[in-house]
Ligand binder design. Sequence first.
Ligand SMILES: NC(=O)c1ccc[n+]([C@@H]2O[C@H](COP(=O)([O-])OP(=O)(O)OC[C@H]3O[C@@H](n4cnc5c(N)ncnc54)[C@H](OP(=O)(O)O)[C@@H]3O)[C@@H](O)[C@H]2O)c1
Length: 467
Amino acid sequence: MMTMSGHSSAVSCVKWGGSNLIYTGSHDKTIRVWDAKDGRCIQVLKSHAHWVNHLALSTDHVLRMGAFDHTGTAPSSPEEEQAKALKNYEKVAKIGGKIVERMVTASDDFTMFLWEPSRSNKPICRMTGHQKLVNHVSFSPDGRYIASASFDNSIKLWDGRDGKFIATFRGHVAPVYQTSWSSDCRLLVSCSKDTTLKVWDVRTRKLVNDLPGHSDEVYAVDWSVDGGRVASGGKDKMVLFYHLRIPKEKMSIPSQPKVSLIVAALIPKLGIGYKGQMPWSLKKEMAYFRKVTTNTVDPSKKNIVIMGRKTYESIPTKFRPLKGRINYILTRNLNKCQTDFKDELLTNEGNLSVSTSLEDVISNSSKDTSHVEEIFIIGGAEIYNQLLNNHSDKIDRVFLTEVSLTTDKDVEMDTFINIDPNLWKKTGNGELESYLESKGLKEDFTLKGNEEKEFKFDFTLWKKSVN
Ligand SMILES: NC(=O)c1ccc[n+]([C@@H]2O[C@H](COP(=O)([O-])OP(=O)(O)OC[C@H]3O[C@@H](n4cnc5c(N)ncnc54)[C@H](OP(=O)(O)O)[C@@H]3O)[C@@H](O)[C@H]2O)c1
């Protein structure tokens, strides 16, 4: 037996991570990180102002599942089991090629903090919004979201990567004690002092099922990893099992992915490039492009980005393929492209593919409604113009960043796009705002009047006037 002393008050939560670190939260307001090999305290995290009630790791679910997943397919050998467990773990824990376990902590001070304890003892983000103490936190199985349960009767959803607030689930009429995720990340169940359990659709943020049955406060809940059953227990001394049958009409039906063209152009002539390069480098615009093309409403899905071979080549090697998205390169010379990008294609299997047909990529991806949320055409000029001039029927909308100059100075352009004003109409700001809100991005961007260097730019959304 080993004794690890350091906390000066009761220890409220203990988690054993996947990198042989033990994380403990305490009523002394601190979180300690211990090396499980020798019991050494390697980090003391001190940002909370009151008791630490609970903590969760981005890897909690994957450590519980090991080599298995909710589809019930079992590995055929111990070696395969080990390899699959490692792959599953790395899928959630690897950031920029390194294993980084993220941790979220919930406190009596009404706040939460997001941490990467192996990197720093300073938090990544302070997460505020709850009006009373936060009792329980959990990462979604894929690590992309965080759910928090609070005594303010609400559950809040946060971005698991940067801690940004996304949405509030309201329906309980008394403190919420815990939540638990379905393995496919689509549903969340919560339990409350109001004696009920409630099931929420994470994508639509709607209540899909009320589970009565307890005669008193429900303190704890867990979801079976196969997704079919929920177990709960509470003050009435009963443990209840629920067989979940969510009526189909209550679940959000996966809609066909929308195809969008996303581009930044200098108005009024819509210049987009010069000598094969972007005419500007605008930080906020780049962040907008990255987040709009990466974020999804449904945490279990990804977006597709399709680009011409030249645009792919223009992305610095360390940033490609574009992360968090499924990348497609278009070429007319498949063999050459496959040879040129051989290593990248091998190491990014599943996230990077080459195709000779834009139509095929769009039509095949559109059918994969359970994995693909949106399809973005991200350039360059040749691809944009083929679509805008001859195949606008394949595009549902255009995300156009309208760039203009704040000085008299001119910017040289040799590449332009053509957005037919008889076909495309700019939507009101409200439509783009709702879209960004659904992806948890409303607070991140101001649509009009952004300024950087000698440029001013507005984010706009265009739809076909016949729509
Ligand atoms: N402002 C913006 O938002 C923005 C965004 C992206 C790019 N850009 C600008 O756009 C310019 C680059 O555009 P670009 O026209 O030179 O190159 P591109 O469109 O990125 O790539 C052209 C290549 O795509 C392949 N291709 C084109 N049509 C195809 C089809 N129908 N089927 C299969 N493959 C096809 C061909 O590759 P192979 O030669 O391999 O056959 C072709 O050479 C740069 O100036 C860049 O900065 C601007």
